[in-house]
Structure formats: C-alpha cells, structure tokens
Design a protein around this ligand. Structure first.
Ligand SMILES: [Zn+2]
Length: 585
C-alpha cells in the first residue's frame, strides 16, 4: 500500500488531449501553466497498447486502413487522399462529391475539404446551389484530426463519406450538405510515433501522429491569433456564414468515467446558441443515444486541477469542464452565431470502439439537424441579429467557471490498487488497475462558464489605426468588416481606455506571453481622422470583432501581443470605442 501512496503523491502526467487537460482555474497564470506544453513530460512508465484485431464483416470497399487492419492501425495522409479518390469514382449518380484545396500545411501538404450533397435539378454541377441563399438545407462541417494522435474522428468521417456518397438510397445527404475535413492536422498525422509517447493514455493504435502541427503549434489554441497556415486556410469557411453547424472531433484523456463519448457546446457565455446547443440539441441526442445503449454526457473531468484525476479516491471532487476562451475552435465558432459541437471519444475505450462511438454520435447529430428545420432557422435569425449590431448578452469579455453548479449523477469507474504494476495499461499509473465497475455518483456538475466582465455594444463600433497593418490583417483573417472611413465629418463621441497596469504572463504559451490590461475608460469628442479605420458594430462578426478589439477581452489581439509596443510607450490603448451611432448600410 505504501507503493500506492507514493504513486498517488507523484504527478501523473498524461499526454495532453485536446481539452481533457485544460484546467478551469480562474487564475490566468495557473491556467497557462497547466495548459502549456511544459506539462507534456512522459509518465514514469507508459505501457504500449496491444491490439486484438476486430475486423468488420463484411469488409467494406473501399476500406480505410483502420478497417483493413481490424482497428490496429490508422490511415496515413496519402491513404486518405487515395481513399477519397476511390469514393469519388464510386459515387452514386444522385450524389455529388467535391474535393477543395483550402491551403497548405507548414510542411507543404494540401489541406483538403470534401463537400458532399444530393444531386437534384438544383444541383446539376455542384453543391453551391444548396449552400447559397435562399438555401433550404443546413451546412454541417465535420473537422477531424486537429490533434493528430486523436485518430478516430478521421476514421469515422472517411467511412461516413463512403457510405453517404456511394449509396444511392435516401440518406442524410437528402436533408443537409456536408463539408468534411478528414485530416486538419496533416503534418501531425504523419509525425508517427509510438502510442506510449504520443498519446500515453489512449488505447491504441500502437503507432500514431502527434498533437502539434508541423510548426509545433497546437491548432486548437490558434483560432484567435491565427498563426498556423491551417488556421488561416480554415477561417474563411468558419467566418463567411456558409457553415451552420461545426463539429470538432477529439479524444479525451484523464478521468475514468462511464461514457463512451462526451460533448460540449461552445463554452463562451456570449455564444448566442450555446445554451440551445447544450441544453436542448445535445441533451436530446444524449437521450436518444442512451436508448440505443450509447452513453454520452457533457464533457468533463473529476478535478479542475492538473494530474489529480487518476487516483484511488472513491469520492470525486465534482465534474469540471475545460475553458471558455475562443482560442479553442468550438468556443470560437459559437461566436459566429452558429451551432458548435465538441466531440470527445473516450480514450480508455479501444480504438475500434472509439470509431464506432464517434460514428454513432455524428450520425445522430446529423440526423437531428436534417430532420429539424428550426435549427437552421435559429442560426439564420441569430446571424441576422448580429448583422444588425445586436448581441443579446452584451459583449462578454471575461468569464469564470460557474459558481452555481447543478447536481447530477455522473458515471464513475472505480480504480483499485494493483500490487503487480507490470499489468498497468495506458493512462493508468503503476500500482493502479481498472475494475470495470461503473456506478453513478451525485456530483456538482460545472459544465459552463459565467460572465464576469460584460460591456455594451458600442453603438458605432470601433476605430483602429490605419497604420496598424498587423491588426488589420488579423481582422481580415477573421472576416471582420473594416471600412476606410466613418461617414460624415461631425465630431464623434468616443471612449478611450487609459492604462493603469499591464500584466504579462510570466510563462510563455504557444510562443507568447499573454497580456492582460487594467484601466479605465474616458469619454472624448474627436474629429474623424483619415488615420483611422472603422469597424462597424452592425456586422455578422460582431462578437469576434469585440473579442479581438476590446482592451479587456480575455482572448484578443491584446492578449496575443499585437499591441505590446504601444502599451509600453503610450498611456492608452490604441482601439477606440465609437459611441456615436452611424449610418451602417
Ligand atoms: Zn484533442
């Protein structure tokens, strides 16, 4: 038992998953410490996963590498491209499949998007007619492999494409248009290594890619700063209003719970459809999947502190979600007014099981979206309101994990002491073993964030400096509308943020030391200047513009060091809030 005590006091480090390792501390530096790459040291011993082949019967054609190997191996980039070519050649006459090159990865691999739809009299040549106004069908974007060691999303979407494209019988393509990114992080997918190194807590495959992209960046922390070529290639699709529903496919880590998949809406409290997505759409899907024996729940872990999740403690601290900031893709997309869904297959399930649970979740989600026209109507109405300058909750700049959790039964798997530590499996510390005994525990469920700093929408929007080309480039990448001048020549009412202090993170994160500002606003009258550029409030990207521009946003241009020089030299922030209501159309 002494051994176990030592083990439990040791820091048990698991390869950080997409979100599983995101802590929810409200202290920014603590959060960065936990979220940073510094925690990616290997556990003391990470046993290799041994595959028991589980061959599909009958074997589909074409088959993915995962299917051909009985879910012992995962598909390479070249194999995925060849698979897609074969599927396109075998497309049923009533289906359209188009491959689009969105951009190129850091190491030169084309980033491919697959668009598929039903062929009809309106779609003789391609799917665009079904995606343009007045369109009648929702557009769903499935993104896989952002963390390239988390491979079941890639395998599930390839197989799904084969099914819906080659089968002429009525299927989900008759009710929606699908865009699939099967391999968002292509360079990571090809950076192969043993599971015991790249995904220490994951039950297979034995050889997998790595989390970072070819330039060492975590793509799921890059949606605001947009430094990676993959992010830059992808942002136009996320921001131009063509996609209604975004689904980001991942794998968990850490806690041993009783769910085959966990999910989350956008956790940003300013995301207009987050509550609908979590409390209605995903909760309904959970209920229907459960009737078929597929257990899912809101994403979380048993602790909000790093490395305290895999223990022998019978009583858990609670159920904690991850982070609300829009540097994460599913949080970001919520700010565009769409429906955003994070999917996390359970890393402690074998690879083949994870592919099947991801597939079941995606199909139930797509079926629901296709069958319920009110979902598309909600997205359309939300984006129309944003384009009019209306943000229902105001502009949420800072958040904290909710302080009013709900009580719910959460399924917990018991772990027990194991004197024969040689039997340890991936993700289980030496001296501990899984029992397979899963029981509900009544826990405080913290699966959402509350706003702690909210501001009003400035009636006219924001004014930025024309000379600030880095900022203007970033705004353009995010699809934020910027105009050359404010209409009229009369003096304008503006607000300027005067700095009291500038806090810089002591630790680097993704190559940055994040900045946080404290200060106060001063109202001024100013004549319009040709040195300004105008960011109107009335635009579809209102919430993203606010996130980027507001000096006290917790994840914006200030955070990621775009203004560092001027924050040192000047006494005020270079972005002005424009209070004068202006003609916007
Ligand atoms: Zn992930």
């Amino acid at each position: 038992m002494k051994t176990v005590g030592v083990v439990l006091s040791a820091v048990v480090t698991l390869a950080a998953c997409s979100t599983a390792r995101q802590p929810v501390s409200n202290d920014a530096s603590e959060r960065q410490r936990i979220a940073g790459e510094a925690v990616r040291t290997a556990p003391r011993r990470a046993p290799a996963w041994r595959c028991a082949p589980d061959l599909p019967s009958p074997m589909p054609s074409p088959a993915t590498r995962a299917e051909r190997t009985g879910f012992c191996e995962t598909t390479s980039y070249e194999e995925a491209m060849a698979f897609l070519d074969t599927v396109r050649l075998k497309a049923a006459p009533n289906r359209i499949m188009r491959l689009t090159r969105l951009g190129v990865s850091s190491r030169g691999r084309p980033l491919i998007a697959v668009t598929v739809c039903a062929r009809s009299s309106r779609t003789a040549a391609d799917c665009d007619q079904l995606m343009a106004a007045p369109r009648r069908r929702p557009v769903v974007l499935l993104q896989a492999n952002i963390h390239a060691g988390e491979v079941e999303g890639k395998e599930a979407v390839l197989a799904l494409l084969r099914t819906v494209v080659t089968d002429a019988k009525p299927n989900l393509l008759d009710s929606l248009t699908l865009i699939v990114i099967p391999m968002y992080n292509a360079d990571g997918n090809e950076a192969l290594g043993p599971q015991s190194r790249n995904r220490t807590a994951q039950l297979g495959p034995a050889v997998i890619g790595e989390r970072a992209n070819g330039a060492g960046l975590d793509l799921n922390r890059d949606y605001i700063k947009a430094e990676a070529p993959e992010t830059r290639a992808m942002l136009p699709m996320l921001t131009n209003g063509s996609v209604d529903v975004f689904v980001d496919l991942h794998t968990t880590n850490g806690s041993y719970h009783g769910y085959t998949l966990t999910w989350s809406p956008s956790l940003h409290p300013g995301a207009p459809l987050a509550a609908f997505t979590g409390d209605t759409l995903l909760t309904g899907i959970r209920r229907r999947l459960e009737q078929r024996g597929v257990k899912t729940y809101a994403y979380g872990n048993f602790s909000d502190s790093y490395a305290r999740e895999v223990t022998l403690d019978a009583k858990k601290e609670g159920w904690f979600t991850y982070d609300s900031r829009p540097r994460f893709g599913s949080n970001y997309f919520g700010l565009t007014g769409g429906v955003s869904v994070l999917s996390e297959a359970y890393s402690h399930d074998p690879f083949g099981v994870r592919v099947r649970s991801t597939d079941a979740f995606i199909r139930e989600l797509l079926g629901t979206i296709g069958a319920d026209p009110t979902i598309l109507a909600r997205v359309t109405a939300t984006r129309r309101a944003l384009a009019s300058g209306i943000a229902a909750r105001g502009l949420v700049l800072e958040t904290q994990l909710t302080t009013s959790p709900r009580q719910d039964d959460v399924l917990v798997e018991a772990l027990e002491a194991d004197p024969d530590s040689l039997l340890a499996e991936p993700g289980v510390p030496p001296g501990i073993r899984r029992t397979g005994r899963i029981a509900p525990q009544r826990l405080a469920v913290r699966d959402r964030f509350d706003p702690t700093r909210v501001t009003t929408v400035p009636p006219g929007g924001w004014l930025v400096e024309a000379a600030d080309t880095a900022l203007l480039t970033l705004l353009a990448r995010h699809g934020v509308e910027v105009r050359a001048r404010v209409p009229g020549s009369a003096a304008l009412s503006v607000e300027r943020f005067y700095l009291d202090s500038v806090q810089r993170s002591p630790r680097a994160f993704q190559g940055h030391r994040e900045v946080r500002l404290f200060g106060h606003w001063v109202a001024l009258r100013m004549k319009p200047s040709p040195d300004w550029r105008w960011v109107p409030a009335a635009q579809r990207q209102l919430l993203v513009a606010a996130q980027l521009l507001e000096p006290q946003s917790n994840d914006g241009a200030t955070t990621w060091n775009l203004f560092d020089e001027r924050l040192r030299m000047g006494k005020y922030h270079p972005v002005l809030r424009l209070l004068t209501r202006t003609a916007t159309r």
